[in-house]
Design a protein. Sequence first.
Lengths: 110, 113
Amino acid sequence: DAKTTQPTSMDCAEGRAANLPCNHSTISGNEYVYWYRQIHSQGPQYIIHGLKNNETNEMASLIITEDRKSSTLILPHATLRDTAVYYCIVDPPSGYALNFGKGTSLLVTP
Amino acid sequence: DVKVTQSSRYLVKRTGEKVFLECVQDMDHENMFWYRQDPGLGLRLIYFSYDVKMKEKGDIPEGYSVSREKKERFSLILESASTNQTSMYLCASSLVQGDTKQYFGPGTRLTVT
């Protein structure tokens, strides 16, 4: 499985953009990058995924470097409700189990 | 929106009891999963099912069994609960095989005393 590396924690001021990095240097050519988040005491929630091109949806933007060895999840205007643990995941070869790892704990402050 | 529901948010059971955790999804998904989540260990896959009556072991199946008699329902069974099974249990579903986009339920916080 391609491993991912994320910072343990990050802070962001409310209203500012939160940029969460992820390294996945061993990613294969056909593996997608997925982002999930988990708000305290809730189940994980899918955010966005991508292969090569940058992606945007109503929740976030995903920027993938040209060599695909890293990506950045961008929350353009962070709110207090975005405080959560954010997980960067690469497609598992089995197609089933998600390896969530430790993720990045994002704290959005007033 | 896909909805995954779990039978209880909080559950307290005694050592040795048989425990049933139920999960239901309403979007006709083929795959269903049971994870447990513990501090410092992240999410670990217990069992998954890719079709009715089919099941596959995940990373930590010992002490657990599952049942999938209907497509929308996936049950996790602790045959004889032990204190080391105190955990947060999360159910998830995905549309088809190989679909990494999984939808999670709210979780069941199980305490075994």
